[in-house]
Design a protein around this ligand. Structure first.
Ligand code: NCD
Length: 315
């Protein structure tokens, strides 16, 4: 196996090779051992400084990156758009260049605009990790999701993964589709037709509008949140009649799982809207690996940061 990533930045899963993903998993296995030791830290990145720049809300992803950085002994600075000079009219390139002038080596960024990271990577001289760009990609979420599935099922070749919910506005959906396909899994998406992009089948995924049938097909069901904040001009009221109606047709409940003649794995990237996309008894059941996903997120992000930092030193 190659011991280096093929990319300088993590902008999206689309750019990674299957070997890159396996290399990240191999290092994540080692870092998972580290974070389960009494001293959860290694001195590996003592000479690296990382800026976390969040232009959108985040709980899990922000904390997870920060912990991953600290457990690698990197120096960390945090920036959030509210309260910053962004509201005074500063451009993204200027903001980032000012932060880089303070000798920052790597930027982890979440931004509402799809493609913001790609754009920045062409205009500033630093390593960039995408922590979510609008409705486009969320690569580390897809990596930690696939890593968590692999922990339960072994290699994902031939495994059947169902993604349910707001496929149209969710960056987790697109990154998961790319990642799972690169690992040889089959993917099906399920939701109301108004929340599924028209041409999604061209990506090689199956489409269902019937949750029971889709659940009978899958080994894993990844339940996504309705992105109420991203419905934009196509206001959610136009996409489905009400949250209550949505949850009746596409919310996962214990009754669905009891009907199956097999045990499937249930996932959710968080934040959960209990009672909308998933009921509490499912979220807290033995089927659910939601908190394993969160635990694995730190190890997977340590692996990504470690591998990209190795490329900085080499150049
Ligand atoms: C996701 C996100 O921000 O895209 N959450 C996360 O990173 N854990 C999913 C979501 O917001 O629904």
């Amino acid at each position: 196996m190659n011991n280096q990533l093929s990319v300088q930045h993590l902008l999206g899963i689309k750019d990674l090779t299957p070997e890159d993903i396996q290399l990240i998993f191999k290092h994540a296995d080692e870092f998972k051992d580290v974070i389960n030791r009494p001293i959860k830290k290694v001195p590996t990145l003592r000479e690296i400084t990382i800026a976390n720049m969040f232009f959108e809300n985040s709980t899990r992803t922000k904390l997870s990156f920060e912990l991953a950085e600290k457990r690698l002994s990197a120096d960390v600075v945090n920036f959030s758009a509210s309260g910053s000079s962004v509201s005074k009219g500063e451009t993204l390139i200027d903001t980032v260049n000012n932060i880089l002038a303070m000798k920052v080596d790597m930027v982890v960024m979440r931004h509402p605009n799809p493609g913001a990271h790609q754009f920045l990577s062409q205009h500033v001289n630093t390593t960039i990790i995408n922590a979510g760009d609008g409705t486009h990609e969320h690569p580390t979420q897809a990596l930690l999701d696939a890593y968590s599935m692999r922990e339960q099922l072994g290699e994902l070749q031939g495994k059947k993964v169902l993604i349910v919910g707001d496929i149209k506005h969710s960056r987790v959906a697109l990154s998961n589709i790319f990642c799972l396909q690169k690992l040889g899994a089959e993917v099906m998406v399920c939701g109301p037709s108004t929340l599924i992009p028209k041409h999604i089948a061209e990506l090689g995924v199956q489409v269902s509008h019937n949750l029971d049938e889709a659940l009978a097909w899958c080994d894993v069901a990844n339940m996504l949140r309705i992105q109420l904040e991203r419905q934009g001009s196509d206001n959610h009221v136009a996409n489905f009649p009400s949250l209550r109606e949505y949850s009746m047709r596409f919310g996962l409940s214990k009754a669905h799982l009891d009907k199956l003649d097999k045990k499937i794995i249930v996932m959710h990237p968080g934040p959960i809207n209990r009672g909308v996309e998933i009921t509490s008894d499912v979220a807290d059941s033995e089927h659910s690996i939601i908190l394993d996903q969160v635990e694995n997120g730190v190890a997977v992000r340590m692996a990504v940061i470690f591998l990209l930092a190795a490329k900085i030193k080499r150049n």
